[in-house]
Design a protein around this ligand. Structure first.
Ligand code: SAM
Length: 425
């Protein structure tokens, strides 16, 4: 390596003024340009100037990418600085040129830190490395690397010690981070799906509420749920003869088996029929009244999951449910995705009937706003409270040492805050 770093000084001309003034878009483009070039994101900060213009930097393990825009001239100046030879900054140059719709760009590459001019200092590396420890002996982590999930108003950041898995599948970017506070964490397209430390909340609530109120569940279908947590909880119920799980992305299953073993622990269970396919197609092809319980454990209504939030899909789910069948879905956050949340309950009530659809809540620290909702739709007579057998629920929660679900919470989960109740009444 002749020099420590490569610094590409870039000028983009004749760009789209709208794009150069869109701070969210620019940040996404800069982060994508860094990742596609092979860089590891540490953190990013972007600022929108008034009346226009954006400035920002993406700190990467291999140094940084920085930008300042003049939308009024359709001009952007960018610095691509990388060290080591694992990142190709010219990939970022090309991607940003396309992202900003630049008419043309010019760039000059400088070698920074010519080795021939440098002499290594004699110093104690250990003293600089994060090998110090607290009095209790816990390692003091000096690496300050954060994963951040954000939309244009809200962000959630988790400190992590690196990526254990990172693959662009046919459907989405599948990543596993080793977070310091929540253990290993699965993300899809930069959104938190599940973490080792709080997954039990979601998986216990999406399964045991319907399973302990259905009169006699024998066959259950899970759409999505590739991490395996929902199947694991379902298979605690001996009454079930078969659990069919239809996950579209085999990379999610692979990542979970490799890095989330406590969540994926039942993916080889003899009663589990694991199918890698599009859940929409599977439901369309399934026979009438062939399932007692359908759980839609999907991602948000984007990408492969978009079709899972349509009236047609839910009418098909209704068709394949047995006479006293139940459908439970993750129905987003009333706060974070208010519009989708309301639409979901309107849609289900249009199919199952006003009194047949119920909402319940749970608190998941690593999900946006922490407040998450589930929908419970009953085709026949099953009712989440009226059919609730407290003693059976208590015994089940105790026998399986459940960490979130219990007989009191079962009832409490359906007691909605007024603002939520008003949203769907
Ligand atoms: N608990 C998470 C949440 O609430 O966001 C969901 C977890 S689970 C990992 C979601 C799964 O749905 C993903 O693995 C994704 O690949 C899968 N999925 C998305 N669209 C799908 C489809 N059309 N058919 C089957 N699986 C799908």
């Amino acid at each position: 390596m002749a020099s420590l770093g490569r610094h590409i000084i870039v000028e983009y001309y004749d760009c789209s003024p709208e794009i150069l003034n869109d701070v969210v878009n620019i940040e996404k483009s800069m982060i994508n340009a860094a990742e596609e070039a092979g860089a590891t994101i540490i953190n990013s900060t972007f600022h929108h100037f008034s009346p226009y213009g954006v400035s920002g930097v993406v700190v990467i393990q291999e140094s940084h990418l920085a930008i300042h825009t003049w939308p009024e001239y359709g001009y952007a100046s960018v610095d691509l600085f990388t060290c080591g030879d694992t990142v190709n900054p010219w990939v970022s140059y090309q991607l940003l040129k396309e992202a900003f719709k630049a008419g043309h760009g010019s760039a000059v590459e400088l070698s920074r830190g010519e080795m021939a001019l440098l002499k290594r200092k004699n110093f104690d590396v250990k003293a600089l490395r994060d090998e110090k420890s607290t009095d209790e002996g816990d390692p003091i982590k000096t690496r300050d690397v954060w994963f951040t999930e954000r939309d244009d108003k809200i962000a959630l950041s988790l400190k992590h010690d690196g990526k254990l898995y990172d693959v662009q599948s046919d459907y989405q970017r599948v990543s596993v981070f080793n977070t310091q506070a929540y253990g290993n964490m699965l993300t899809l397209d930069g959104m938190v799906m599940t973490t080792e430390k709080d997954e039990y909340v979601y998986h216990e609530m999406i399964t045991h509420i319907p399973m302990l109120t259905h009169p006699n569940p024998k066959r259950a279908l899970v759409i999505g749920g590739g991490d395996g947590g929902t199947a694991r909880e379902l298979l605690r119920h001996d009454s079930l003869e078969e659990v069919v799980m239809v996950e579209i992305d085999d990379k999610v299953i692979e990542a979970s088996k490799m890095h989330l073993p406590t969540i994926a622990s039942a993916l080889e269970h003899p009663k589990l029929n694991l199918i890698v396919d599009d859940g929409i197609k599977y439901v369309n092809d399934a026979a009438d009244e062939s399932f007692d319980l359908v759980i839609v454990d999907s991602t948000d209504p984007v990408g492969p999951a978009e079709g899972l939030f349509t009236v047609d899909f839910y009418k098909e789910v209704y068709r394949i449910l047995s006479k006293d069948g139940i459908m439970v879905t993750q129905s987003e956050s009333p706060r974070f995705n208010s519009k989708v949340f309301k639409e979901i309950f309107q849609t289900y009530r249009g199919i199952y009937g006003q009194e047949q659809v119920h909402c319940y809540l749970a608190y998941i620290p690593t999900y946006p706003t922490g407040m998450w909702s589930f929908s419970y739709s009953s085709k026949g007579g099953a009712h989440p409270i009226a059919n609730f057998d407290e003693a059976k629920s208590k015994a089940f929660a105790k026998e399986h040492r459940l960490k979130y679900y219990n007989e009191d919470l079962h009832k409490a989960a359906f007691a909605l805050p007024s603002f939520v109740r008003d949203m769907i009444s």
